[in-house]
Design a protein around this ligand. Sequence first.
Ligand code: ZN
Length: 201
Amino acid sequence: MVIYGWRSSHIKTTENKQVICPHCNNQGGLSNSVYGRYVHIFWIPTIPIGKTGGAVCSHCQKAYKPKEMSEDMKRAYKNTKQESKTPLWHFSGIAIVGLIILFFSISDKIDAQEDLTAIDSPISGDVYKYESDANRYSTLKVVEVDEDSVYFRYNNYDYTQKVGIEEIDVDTCYTQDIYMMSRDELKNMYENGTIYDVSRK
Ligand SMILES: [Zn+2]
């Protein structure tokens, strides 16, 4: 499977009415073409890596690489090359990665804002994901709230990683006993990172 490679795409062709073909001595048949080379990753153009090209004569069909050109031809080719702008789509891969990063940073911010709002005004049914011990993760479930305090059940289970912890967020996993903490304690737990996520259904 091709994961990455190089490709090129045509950018610009110009005709040179003034230049004489050194091969057939006809004037006006030469044209320059410039191609942009780019690295593709999974066929998505990602990084432009310079321009290549050459000239061809429409009279004798001879193709010239830049180093085979006469001085006049080189000058004309250089002009075409300078006028050839690297197409923006040669940067598509970088743009896609940028958009993905942007998307995740925005949704992280929205999530953090929602969590903060939920911590400030907890309601019954909120589930807090928290670090219960060093590298142990578990959940707390709010069952009641009053002006100063939050009442909750502990989870009897924990996880060694954050991923997949939703699986223990099942009613039967929670303690029968109800515990209490002040709203300030709750805020502290969120601010110092012990509680790292809030889910509200
Ligand atoms: Zn020619």
